[in-house]
Design a protein around this ligand. Structure first.
Ligand SMILES: [Zn+2]
Length: 513
């Protein structure tokens, strides 16, 4: 997909060609304005796409635009800082293309169209010809073209905006589905008075001692796993970036990759059956005014401010209420920049603890990540401490995984999943665990037995709603026991489809063959 630079040249060419004629016109001001704006627009677009290809391994598309638009300013700052050191490549590409464009212009001015320029133009045309050929082949095969909208960055941007608009249309029916009064119930019998769903952030299984990472990054949860905490070993997320994951968790889009209408969102289901529902959120997903009604449908209360530290958010959590309660907690977790995700007192791991990592800077960043995980361990433990004397179940999982220089020179997530499955596991396979209180154990020994026996089953967080219906006892339209990991009817043979297209289980089977 690295065709962006050559397309820059391709588009530079007609622009300078037009400029050439305009410059000779009798309107020097107009031509100057055109010159400056055309070059600026071209340059910005080129730089932008070089960056998205470099960071997300994807050209401009709805997914990338969505991820960028829903990122808040603090995250953007950290994002830029994290990748600044890696930006040299796209910047170089950008400047090379700029020089090419200037050379082309000079060539036209001086020699009309010179031979080398024509040659460059032909080379630049190659990807376009490839795109045309691919379209022809596809058309012959299935009678439909692949669509030229994705062939250049100038057409990709409007195509992405249109796709994003279409996506916001998904939210119209979801608004209706999230309204508790419209939900059809099968059962409203409440079986657990406190349910806590903690959605972690960028927490990698491969840096957790709960999953045999050699550094003790999860000491407190590790202790709990000897008694009331059940650690699941084979859970995947359906997307490797937050927004996609949240959409499947809340049921905005279907968790199984199909276009079927998902069940209503779990907070609305529980709320309509008598739970009080509370959102403690650090992520700011769908914060625009027009989406406010969605949150009002799902939650009785929602924090108004974000906190620099997850612990400050947890400290606002009030569990003293008598009525059945659902708490959904969205953490900052281990999101980069990792160094900002833990206080000084949790700086246990230092770069010298990683003699196997040859690059000093990498060792330091890995240490930051492991310290952030250590702090996150304390944050989750603190939530659990609040619930010790209650009838309570806590579900904790990460939105997606994270790469921390695990096999290549890269940290982060949200990149394309073109890598072999053996590598995409770092972003797709996630930590997932269920904690139960003593009182819950006493009241529901059968359920606890089911939770305990399910830890090896292949699950995905897109099917979370069915599990929550089983734990709460509240069942609504769309409930499917074969998709609830603890249910005796759970279907372990169902392959998991990630990014709505890739059969993750099939890939994994192929790679171990
Ligand atoms: Zn995330």
């Amino acid at each position: 997909m690295m065709i962006s630079p050559s397309f820059a040249i391709l588009f530079a060419y007609p622009i300078v060609f037009v400029l050439h004629f305009i410059r000779r016109s009798k309107h020097p001001l107009f031509s100057k304005v055109f010159l400056i704006s055309a070059y600026t627009a071209l340059s910005i677009m080129l730089l932008f796409e070089s960056v998205t290809i470099f960071l997300f391994k994807k050209p401009i598309c709805a997914e990338v635009l969505d991820a960028i638009l829903t990122t808040n300013t603090t995250e953007t700052g950290e994002f830029i800082n994290t990748y600044l050191s890696q930006l040299s490549l796209p910047l170089t590409v950008f400047f090379i293309a700029l020089i090419f464009a200037l050379l082309i212009q000079k060539g036209i001015q001086k020699y009309r169209v010179s031979c080398p320029i024509a040659f460059i133009f032909l080379i630049a045309m190659a990807p376009a010809l490839e795109s045309i050929a691919a379209n022809v082949v596809q058309y012959k095969k299935i009678g439909k073209s692949k669509g030229f909208s994705v062939s250049t960055f100038i057409t990709r941007l409007p195509a992405a905006v249109v796709a994003l608009e279409k996506e916001s249309d998904e939210l119209a029916p979801f608004k209706v589905r999230s309204y508790p009064d419209t939900i059809q119930y099968i059962s409203k019998e409440i079986q657990c008075s406190n349910i806590v769903v903690i959605i972690g952030e960028s927490f990698s299984k491969y840096h957790s001692s709960l999953y045999s990472y050699p550094k003790v990054t999860n000491p407190k949860l590790g202790e709990l796993s000897q008694s009331n905490l059940y650690v699941y070993n084979d859970v995947v997320t359906l997307f490797n970036y937050t927004v996609g994951v949240l959409k499947t968790i809340y049921g905005i889009i279907s968790g199984d990759g199909s276009n079927k209408t998902p069940p209503p969102p779990f907070p609305s289901i529980l709320r309509g059956a008598g739970y009080k529902t509370h959102l403690l959120d650090q992520k700011d997903y769908l914060t625009q005014k027009r989406y406010q009604v969605i949150w009002e449908n799902m939650f009785d209360s929602k924090n108004e401010t974000r906190f620099p530290d997850d612990m400050d958010l947890i400290n606002t959590m009030d569990v003293s209420k008598a009525e059945p309660s659902l708490y959904v907690i969205n953490l900052m977790g281990q999101h980069f920049a990792y160094v900002n995700r833990y206080p000084e007192s949790f700086a246990r791991f230092k770069k010298d603890d990683y003699p196997e990592v040859s690059n000093n800077q990498h060792a330091e960043i890995i240490a930051h990540y492991d310290n952030a995980t250590l702090y996150n361990d304390f944050v989750i433990y603190s939530v659990i401490q609040k619930l010790l004397d209650k009838e309570a179940v806590v579900l904790y999982f990460s939105d997606h995984g994270e790469e921390v220089y695990d096999y290549r020179n890269f940290t982060g997530h949200g990149t394309g999943l073109l890598e072999k499955s053996v590598h995409s596991k770092y972003q797709i396979e996630i930590p997932f665990m269920i904690w139960v209180s003593d009182l819950y154990k006493e009241n529901h020994p059968d359920k606890v037995e089911q939770i305990k026996n399910a830890v090896e089953r292949p699950y995905n967080t897109g099917d979370l709603v069915h599990l929550i219906m089983d734990i709460s006892g509240v069942k609504a339209e769309g409930y499917d026991p074969t998709k609830s990991v603890i249910n005796d009817q759970f279907d372990s043979t169902h392959d998991r489809i990630v990014h709505r297209a890739i059969n993750y289980d099939q890939r994994r089977r192929d790679s171990t063959r």
